[in-house]
Design a protein around this ligand. Structure first.
Ligand code: F6P
Length: 377
């Protein structure tokens, strides 16, 4: 019996998504598989509107090197979707589309949010399998997510290039790297690019200590400094405020107190708004404290664009291909994780709702400290 499998990509795009779709599809074309794929456009929204796309052999050809996702993506959540300006739970509509297309399973390629949404659908009885993608590398229970290695290469190259201009002008350059919650990308690119200061969300910073580290470099004859800062890194006081509001939200969630949860959400949004752009503030403060000129470079979506690196192509193909095998074996309710050289099935309820942050004693953190990089603490 032929299996009919839906595929969608959700959340922010990430290099390697097309390579993973191709990996699933090309493996599924194998004789013993008997799997027919159908793509849904623009994430979970495509399931609501039943907007499909063929994923036959011809469509899969040439995808390996292409950035973005041919399926399109969105950050829509099944249970909280904006429909004509109104937030609605569209889970039942998704189930209807699943049934109307006689799907045997749905493959969702995404990051942390997608794992949660996929679990919700699995709890409603759909057969769901996920793959972990995001340049942030913060999905739990997998060694690595595809997209991370490509973004790491782009951010490293940017730091390399910023060195020569910072050096020539005797300036500080503060380079903002993606990562609201997890600092993997800033930490990795900071180490590989030789940044002098690396700031990540997991380690709140003291601006005076950063200025001292930069001034110390000046005394040692190094009149320039590169500061690699994750977009979610915060000074100590601001980080404490935000963590307190987040803890309040979590408590309200556990107590199932909707009103208090909503109030905590509003408090979080207003704290974030009052913080403004910390990267620009940091640059201004460093100018003042060190007497050096400082410039800001925000790498932004450049880090998510373009062709995937060789490592991401391999990872995405490997996980995509393994995913087709799990579909053939009718193993559902799982995320296909990368563990060492192998792909492993991890129950979705062990992944969803967890975020892989940088542990404070992680070897990358210890290495950065040992080579004399300031982490701002
Ligand atoms: O893909 C994850 C991520 O890149 C985060 O690092 C970043 O904060 C966010 O997406 C940006 O998302 P958007 O493209 O929706 O602005």
């Amino acid at each position: 019996m032929t299996q009919h499998i839906g595929v969608l990509t959700a959340g922010g795009d990430s290099p390697g998504l097309n390579a993973a779709i191709r990996g699933i599809g090309k493996t599924a074309l194998g004789d013993e598989f008997n799997i027919q794929l159908i793509g849904f456009k623009d994430g979970f929204k495509g399931l609501v509107n039943n907007r499909t796309m063929s994923l036959d052999g011809q469509m899969l050809s040439g995808l390996l090197t292409v950035g973005g996702t041919v399926l399109g993506t969105s950050r829509d959540k099944p249970h909280r979707m904006n429909v004509g300006g109104q937030i609605m739970d569209m889970t039942n509509v998704i189930i209807e589309t699943y049934e109307a297309n006689h799907l045997d399973a749905l493959i969702c390629l995404g990051g942390g949010g997608t794992q949660k949404n996929a679990l919700r659908l699995a709890q409603k009885g759909l057969n769901v399998i996920t793959l972990p993608k995001t340049i942030d590398n913060d999905v739990a229970m997998t060694d690595m997510t595809f997209g991370f290695d490509t973004a790491l290469g782009i951010a490293t190259e940017a730091i390399d290039r910023l060195h020569s201009t910072a050096h020539s002008h005797h300036r500080i350059i503060v380079v903002e790297i993606m990562g609201h919650r997890a600092g993997w990308l800033a930490l990795g690119a900071g180490i590989s690019g030789g940044a002098d200061v690396i700031l990540i969300p997991e380690i709140p910073y003291d601006t005076q200590k950063i200025a001292d580290a930069i001034s110390d470099r000046v005394r040692r004859g190094k009149s320039f400094s590169i500061v690699a800062v994750a977009e979610g890194a915060l000074p100590i006081k601001e980080a404490a405020e935000l963590h307190a509001a987040e803890a309040r939200k979590q408590q309200a969630k556990e107590a199932m107190d909707k009103e208090e949860k909503q109030a905590a959400k509003v408090a979080i949004a207003s704290i974030k708004a009052s913080h403004g752009n910390q990267t620009i503030k940091l640059s201004e403060q460093l100018e003042e404290l060190t007497g050096l000129e400082s410039r800001v470079t925000i790498l932004g979506h450049l880090q998510r664009g373009g062709t995937p690196s060789a490592a991401d192509r391999i990872l995405a193909t490997r996980l995509g291909s393994a995913c087709a095998e799990y579909v053939r074996d009718r193993e559902y309710g799982i995320m296909v994780a990368s563990r060492g050289e192998y792909a492993e099935a991890v129950p979705l309820d062990e992944v969803a709702g967890k975020r892989k942050l940088v542990p404070l004693d992680h070897p990358w953190v210890m290495t950065a400290r040992r080579v004399g990089t300031s982490l701002g603490d």
